[in-house]
Design a protein around this ligand. Structure first.
Ligand SMILES: Cc1cc2nc3c(=O)[nH]c(=O)nc-3n(C[C@H](O)[C@H](O)[C@H](O)COP(=O)(O)OP(=O)(O)OC[C@H]3O[C@@H](n4cnc5c(N)ncnc54)[C@H](O)[C@@H]3O)c2cc1C
Length: 278
């Protein structure tokens, strides 16, 4: 199928993109890897596409003030190859190869993935597991939203209709940082049936500040808090048994299958967190 007709404008600044979003039924175009597919399938038919790829200052990866800052227009492929991300945001580095295929990662952007908020996507869960922050720019200026307050529902975020996501930020990994990542998909590169992104502080076999963020188990990525507490006590079996998840059935699997797979992933990720490597 072909998309319904739409107008196209290239924004040169974030302010211009914000102003253009004030026009009726306008949508931002970043990597286009999700948006163009929805247009082609006529799942959405916006009147105006605002191309943000020419806006300076929305790219780049930086390590400053104990944080890693990632611009909204950083492509997945760039993040996958970034030495800074590998060193200071190793969970994101671990997750990157699981996002789609190389062609999708060449165009898809970090900002697009977070703003689209697919419940089976890797990056939103990583951001939740890392207690990350999202920067947004709208008609009233700039604001920062914590990841835990950002994902509101199915493909729904805290972004207002006229806000542009400009970047994301996570605390830079220190020496005691442990991360874990695993997902089960029908084929490598497909959206996950169930996935788990995790971070913790480690001291030998002792874990603290455990964050387990599941994806593919509901409308948004979700923390498994009872399992986090059990894992912090060093009890992997108790963490697996702590079933504080109730995934609904979806097109990929029944809720019961997802609950079982979530336990399998919990065991795998617990083993990764116990290793003294990042
Ligand atoms: C075959 C296929 C397989 C895929 N597999 C996976 C996968 O396994 N895991 C995964 O996570 N993703 C997957 N994707 C999606 C891919 O990661 C997309 O790149 C991503 O979801 C959207 O990023 P984008 O830059 O392409 O955004 P676009 O498609 O351009 O935009 C997506 C949505 O976000 C909005 N948006 C984009 N940028 C901003 C911004 N800066 N501020 C506010 N709103 C914005 C747009 O208006 C639009 O509504 C797959 C895509 C395809 C086609």
């Amino acid at each position: 199928m072909k998309p319904a007709p739409f107008a196209y404008k290239r924004a040169r600044t974030t302010e211009e993109a914000v102003a253009l979003l004030g026009e009726s039924d306008a949508r931002l175009l970043a990597g286009g890897q999700s948006l163009i597919a929805t247009l082609n399938m006529r799942l959405s038919a916006p009147a105006l596409l605002i191309d943000i790829n020419g806006i300076g200052g929305l790219g780049g990866v930086a390590h400053k003030n104990g944080k890693v800052e990632l611009g909204a227009l950083v492509r997945h492929a760039e993040a996958e190859r970034s030495e800074l991300i590998a060193k200071y945001a190793p969970l994101i580095a671990r997750a990157m190869p699981h996002i789609g295929h190389a062609a999708i990662r060449n165009r898809g952007t970090l900002g697009g993935s977070i703003a689209f908020a697919d419940p089976a996507a890797e990056l939103p869960a990583c951001l939740l597991a890392l207690d990350g922050e999202i920067d947004a720019h709208g008609p009233k200026g700039k604001r920062t939203i914590r990841a835990q307050d950002f994902f509101k529902g199915l493909f729904e975020t805290a972004l207002g209709p006229q806000e542009v996501l400009t970047g994301i930020r996570v605390a830079a990994a220190g020496k005691d940082m442990r991360t874990g990542f695993a997902e089960l998909a029908r084929r490598h590169g497909d959206y996950a049936i169930v996935g788990l992104a995790a971070s913790a502080r480690g001291d030998g076999k002792k874990l603290s500040d455990v964050h387990l963020a599941y994806f593919g188990v509901g409308a948004t990525p979700v923390r498994a808090r009872k399992a986090e507490a059990a894992l912090a006590n060093g009890n992997v079996d108790a963490a697996v048994a702590a079933l504080d998840l109730d995934p609904p059935d979806d097109v990929q699997a029944t809720g019961a299958v997802k609950r079982h797979l979530a336990g399998v992933l919990r065991r795998r990720v617990a083993a990764q967190l116990m290793e003294a490597r990042r």
